[in-house]
Design a protein. Structure first.
Length: 144
């Protein structure tokens, strides 16, 4: 008996078994068609599921655990969209003193604050002109 695995003929690990004749001729065992075959429409395109705008989206690797409460840990990869407008509460990649940092953006009138999850003192931004948001984090990818 043979089993079809992803379109390849492979011998069944259980050895010979009962044959089901679907009209192909004596001894021509084909088995039952998979019910999932009706729902298969090709491969999974992660770009379609995870990325809204391919030209403005980047993947960045995280260094540090200051955003661990938001599920962002050391070594994780972030999907960052530069075309999105940051809003209050967005996790953003900001440029502070020439360094890229990941923080949660808090907006209150003219007051802007970049906060970590670890309870450290937030980065206060005195002037909006001094703030450079590189992009908005849309997804966090990490190994299991």
């Amino acid at each position: 008996m043979a089993a079809a695995v992803f379109g390849m003929e492979t011998p069944s690990p259980s050895g010979p078994g009962p044959e089901i004749n679907d009209g192909g001729g004596p001894g021509d065992a084909r088995g039952f068609p998979s019910p999932a075959q009706d729902y298969f429409h090709g491969g999974i395109d992660l770009n379609r599921h995870l990325i809204r705008d391919r030209t403005c989206t980047f993947i960045m690797r995280v260094s540090g655990n200051s955003m661990a409460a938001s599920g962002i840990s050391d070594g994780d990869e972030l999907i960052v969209d530069r075309s999105l407008t940051p809003r209050d509460g967005s996790v953003v990649v900001a440029v502070v003193n020439g360094e890229l940092i990941i923080r949660r953006l808090h907006l209150s009138g003219d007051h802007v604050r970049l906060q970590t999850d670890d309870g450290a003192v937030p980065t206060e931004v005195p002037e909006l002109a001094d703030l450079s948001i590189w992009g908005v984090v849309t997804r966090c990818l990490h190994h299991v």
